[in-house]
Design a protein around this ligand. Structure first.
Ligand code: GDP
Ligand code: IMO
Ligand code: MG
Length: 475
């Protein structure tokens, strides 16, 4: 892996300091430091795998579910740490499709414990529907646990989500309307309900009386909406308690026990780094931290235990909802990629916006999350495109930027700087080794890793497990 020498080449430009040439693998003179494949490979083989974090490196839907499913059989535990049923992770096994929203995508592995961590916001109704769906497919959920500290999405949260979006009008975010933002708001405001509250009916009733007064006041006064009925919510949620009970646990001893016994843990990220509340394109983000850091705070795993961080990236870029997207293709080519890649949201069915691979975004994700292994998915979607573009940075107001700037209105209008590469104009679907890929395809994938400054270890050429080319085992 390229060394992470600190870049000292900041050029002071008054208030807005601009980083003009540096990369996280560049030395102070802006020259790339030597990447030693041999040293990297020795380090890789010598590392005893304990905790692997897997995150999306773009704006979500990179194919995380597919990769988690592939790795699940080789780990003892898969833990999700953030988000809720705004996530939609697709796993295809022998042509059969499974869609995971709250339940970790490792659930198809019968020997793997799957954990819904305390950083998540769980809608019990959606959870039970997902459980039923898995059971209908004959999948056992005996190894599934939910942290009693995880927060709940309450019936009023999706309503606030929708009303909030309506209120924003043209500035709406394009949320999934699953109530994720309002549930996290209540958590931070300390008026949230936790899964463990379901086991304390008296406490639940008392707290709901207080919280619902606040909620109903906002609903009726601000939005002219019908108030919620306390009894109805209590009956509904206490009704869920019985079915949830076998899964509810204090996950602290479970996670710590696994760490003590050197079990392999895989943290499953939802959303993507560019949807992070702080590092993403705020306010066009989700309300959690879909980063390596978020994986730890949302599960109680200490940073010192992390041995590997995998970033999943599409061979191009997509984004659902509104917000800046410098490499967006709003033409026939974009339409073609959307159709070939079936780029329609798993949760809402919305058409995903499509654009060229943005290496400035990828490098930013690699550097801020410590990604040391890249998976490039959906390479097959580009099979019939004659010429491909990769953004290496942007020009904004006459300045060159090598990373997405925090000012989203500048990012929205930034001009991407493109490199052009020839396409391969042939099917990659049946390739099973990296060497089987057409030369131009190999060169394209290698260039993505080079620009993002992390090795590409896995290439995916189709949705099924078998459509996976492993260059170096991830675990
Ligand atoms: P996630 O949210 O990151 O898990 O990704 P999604 O499941 O929302 O979206 C990825 C979509 O692409 C799913 O429909 C996958 O089945 C599909 N997919 C994953 N990898 C590949 C691939 O290499 N090629 C193609 N054509 N589809 C893929
Ligand atoms: P997975 O895990 C893609 C987007 C929404 C919206 C923004 C805020 O499948 O990759 P929210 O409902 O979270 O408040 O919406 O975040 N978003 C996703 N986009 N994939 C996801 O999850 C997403 N989860 C949220 O479209 O733009
Ligand atoms: Mg998805």
């Amino acid at each position: 892996m390229p060394s992470r020498a600190l870049y000292a080449g900041w050029r002071s430009a008054g208030v807005g300091m601009t980083r003009t040439e540096g990369r996280c693998g560049a030395d102070p003179a802006g020259v790339r430091t030597g990447y030693s494949a041999r040293a990297e490979s020795a380090r890789w083989e010598a590392t005893a795998i304990s905790v692997t974090i897997l995150i999306g490196g773009q704006w979500g839907d990179e194919g995380k579910g597919k990769v988690i499913d592939l790795l699940a059989g080789s780990v003892d535990m898969v833990v999700r740490s953030q988000g809720g049923d705004n996530a939609g992770h697709t796993v295809v096994v022998d042509g059969q499709t499974f869609k995971f929203r709250l339940i970790p995508s490792g659930m198809l592995s019968p020997t793997t414990t799957c954990v819904i961590g305390h950083g998540m916001v769980v809608n019990p109704k959606a959870f039970l529907a997902e459980l039923d769906e898995l059971h209908a497919h004959g999948v056992s959920t005996d190894n599934l646990v939910i942290s009693d500290r995880a927060h709940m999405v309450m019936p009023y949260h999706p309503v606030f989500d929708q009303l909030g979006e309506q209120q924003r009008g043209d500035d709406r975010l394009g949320t999934t309307h699953r109530g994720i933002g309002p549930a996290y708001e209540d958590k931070v405001r300390r008026v949230g309900f936790r899964i463990g509250d379901l086991t304390k009916p008296v406490f639940l009733e008392k707290k709901l009386r207080f919280v619902l007064r606040l909620k109903n006041e906002s609903l009726t006064r601000l939005y002219g909406h019908e108030p919620f009925d306390e009894r109805a919510i209590l009956d509904e949620y206490l009704g869920y308690a019985e079915r949830l009970a076998p899964h509810i646990r204090d996950i602290y001893p479970i996670i710590q026990g696994a760490l003590r016994e050197d079990r392999r843990i895989l943290c499953e990220g939802a959303q993507g780094a560019m949807l992070d509340l702080d590092l993403g394109t705020y306010p066009y983000v989700t309300s959690s931290a879909p980063t390596a850091g978020g994986a730890l705070t949302g599960s109680g795993i200490p940073p010192s235990k992390v041995t590997r961080t995998i970033g999943v990236f599409k061979a191009y870029t997509t984004r659902v909802g509104y917000g800046p997207f410098p490499t967006e293709l709003e033409d026939n080519l974009g339409e073609l990629i959307r159709e070939v890649g079936a780029e329609f949201g798993t949760v809402t069915g919305r058409a995903r916006r499509v654009g060229w691979f943005d290496a400035a975004v990828a490098r930013y994700s690699v550097c801020t999350n410590g990604i040391d292994s890249m998976v490039i998915t959906k390479v097959d979607v580009l099979d019939q495109i004659e010429s491909l573009r990769i953004a290496t940075g942007y020009v904004s107001k006459g300045e060159h930027w090598d990373h997405p700037m925090s000012n989203i209105s500048h990012l929205k209008h930034a001009e991407p700087v493109y490199e052009e590469m020839p396409g391969w104009m042939s099917s990659t679907r049946d390739c099973r080794r990296f060497e089987d890929l057409p030369r131009a395809c190999q060169a394209y994938v290698e260039r993505l890793g080079e620009l993002a400054e992390a090795p590409v270890d896995v290439v995916s050429v189709g949705p099924d497990r078998e459509h996976t080319l492993v260059r170096r085992p991830m675990l």
